[in-house]
Design a protein. Structure first.
Length: 269
């Protein structure tokens, strides 16, 4: 009876039982080995219930829509396909997935635009207009319109994109370029300056700013901007639309003049 009483007094609390249980698991695991040798301390620490947690079962899209985490992974992989210049693979996976999500519609618009199917691309972008990604929809429609020579429509759509999301440096840069082609070089320069304040590393906006200043007759400011941003000084003095269009399609990617839709981000939107 005495021994029983002593053991009852030493019965561990629930907190201590949990601690011993975790300690026992760690110690037993420490005796095991991997093909590379004994389990490391880092691997042992991963067993702690405070560190090892189950992966989230849901992802939240840009418009607040919740969906399975697996879908989030799939859409990320499709974005990677686009980044790796594989738009046909991206379009095929989007068609197979039939996601019905704004993020998927944006990716679909980009993939179809890249393969030259502007009609189907427009449909994907139009689906975005009633969502939180409406700015991406307007921008995509503007880029498609520009590629088909509908410059006035492209400018109107890009203005809608700017109004919808005024802090997007890609939209501000594209709007500036369209304004420059329309002959409004001073307004274009303001858009490029805004782009550079929003994204100081936006090299295409820097090149476009130099061109806009030069075309508006501000040669000294253009030269100063070229030195400041490290832009090719040959852009200073380029003043006609034909030359601007030609330059936008040639030269290095980092210092060329931007066409609407050209990306200078490591890119999200």
């Amino acid at each position: 009876m005495r021994m029983t009483t002593t053991l009852n007094k030493r019965t561990p609390s629930p907190k201590m039982r949990r601690l011993w249980l975790v300690t026992g698991v760690v110690l037993m695991t420490g005796c095991s080995s991997t093909p590379d040798g004994p389990t490391s301390m880092a691997a042992l620490g991963a067993l702690s219930p405070d560190i090892s947690r189950a992966a989230p079962k849901q992802s939240v899209g840009p418009c607040g829509r919740r969906y399975d985490a697996e879908i989030g992974v799939e859409l990320s992989l499709i974005q990677r396909m686009l980044d790796d210049d594989k738009p046909r693979s991206a379009a095929a996976h989007l068609e197979a997935g039939d996601y019905g999500l704004p993020l998927a519609w944006r990716l679909e618009g980009e993939a179809l635009r890249a393969v030259g199917d502007t009609v189907a691309s427009d449909r994907a972008y139009e689906a975005l207009l009633g969502t939180c990604l409406a700015a991406d929809g307007y921008r995509g429609l503007a880029r498609n319109a520009f590629s088909e020579g509908r410059r006035e429509q492209a400018l109107a759509l890009m203005r809608e994109a700017r109004q919808t999301r005024p802090i997007d440096p890609r939209i501000r840069n594209d709007l500036g370029y369209l304004l420059m082609l329309a002959g409004d070089n001073r307004a274009a320069a303001e858009e490029f300056r805004t782009t550079l304040e929003l994204d100081p590393g936006h090299e295409q906006a820097a090149a476009n700013l130099v061109l806009a200043l030069s075309r508006s007759g501000q040669r000294q400011r253009a030269a100063d901007a070229a030195r400041h941003f490290g832009v090719d000084a040959r852009l200073v003095g380029v003043r006609d639309s034909a030359a601007a269009t030609e330059l936008s399609a040639s030269g290095s990617a980092s210092r060329s003049v931007s066409r609407p839709g050209a990306q200078a981000e490591s890119e999200e939107s």
